[in-house]
Design a protein around this ligand. Structure first.
Ligand code: G1P
Length: 291
């Protein structure tokens, strides 16, 4: 069972300056909920009980978000506005929230290693909140991965096929097919140029990691960009045993880019906030049921 989830959240979000000058990028709203809340909700739906947030300087708003605000509660108590807090109240009650500061920015692998004390010797999930994953009407992406973990008991990365011209933005895997949408990883390269990419299957911000990853990370040398890369540690883990790559069901939005953020906002406004059915749900409804 996966009971812990790490949220690396120490980055500066420079692509969204000046919005992120004094506000954590994870607090950028998609309609009326901050990005981190979508990630936490996804983790809770996957059965996670302990959220470990790896923070940095100026990230107090994250801690305040997953805590009670007595003044506000008092102010809106008994009014219609209380309903707007229902979801976040449920998230606060359903899980524990612990925080650790990453005081040097040495890459995603380093952020995950910083969270070691929060997860202990347990398998755990990692959610990068700026990759927003929605699978409306179905299991969340993390839940799909937890179910696979319960069966295979090894590290799993979520992957999505991307155009060749975009491989340089992601960790890219290659592997042999185990079943539909599931691959056993045999190679992984961090942010390769198209000619160096082992395939067009890009890792997106959802991972399940077994705890031996920490010992590997401790011995992983800085890689691409001089940073400690989780991709390099996972390749080592794949060589020693098994790492799986899973082509998930659902939509993913790169909210670390302005374009992805706007796309996510439009999608969430239509299908989450207004509750309009998605195209696939509509098509499903229109399919005549054979007599
Ligand atoms: C990180 C990882 C990369 C992965 C990506 C997913 O990169 O290093 O392998 O594909 O997250 O969002 P970042 O986007 O933090 O540069």
């Amino acid at each position: 069972m996966i009971k812990h989830c790490l949220f690396p959240a120490a980055g500066y979000g420079t692509r969204f300056l000046p919005a992120t000058k004094s506000m954590p990028k994870e607090m950028m709203p998609i309609v009326n909920k901050p990005l981190i809340e979508y990630g936490v909700d996804e983790a809770i739906q996957a059965g996670v009980k302990h959220m470990g947030i790896v923070t940095g300087r100026g990230k107090h708003a994250l801690m305040d978000h997953f805590d009670k605000n007595y003044e506000l509660e008092h102010q809106i108590s008994g009014t219609k506005k209380e309903a707007l807090l229902t979801d976040v109240r449920a998230l606060i009650q359903s899980a524990s929230y612990t925080y650790i500061r990453q005081n040097e920015m040495k890459g995603l692998g380093h952020a995950i290693l910083t969270g070691k004390q929060l997860v202990g010797d347990n398998p755990f999930a990692v959610v990068l909140a700026d990759d927003l994953c929605l699978n409306l009407g179905g299991d969340t992406v993390l839940k799909q991965m937890v179910e696979l973990y319960n069966h295979y008991r090894c590290s799993i990365v979520a992957v999505q096929r991307v155009p060749e011209t975009e491989t340089h933005k992601y960790g890219v895997i290659s592997g042999s097919k185990l079943e539909s949408g599931l691959f056993r990883v045999d190679n992984m390269v961090e942010k390769p140029a198209p000619e160096e990419a082992p395939s067009n299957m890009a890792i997106i911000g959802r991972y399940i990691l077994t705890p031996d990853i920490f010992e590997i990370l401790e011995n992983t040398q800085p890689g691409k960009g001089g940073e400690i890369q989780i991709t390099d540690a996972l390749l080592e883990q794949a060589k020693r045993g098994c790492v799986l790559a899973y082509e998930f069901e659902g939509e993913r939005f790169d909210c670390g880019s302005v374009e992805g953020y706007i796309e996510a906002t439009n999608y969430a406004y239509q299908h989450v906030y207004l509750g309009k059915p998605t195209e696939s749900a509509e098509q499903g409804q229109e399919t005549p049921v054979p007599a």
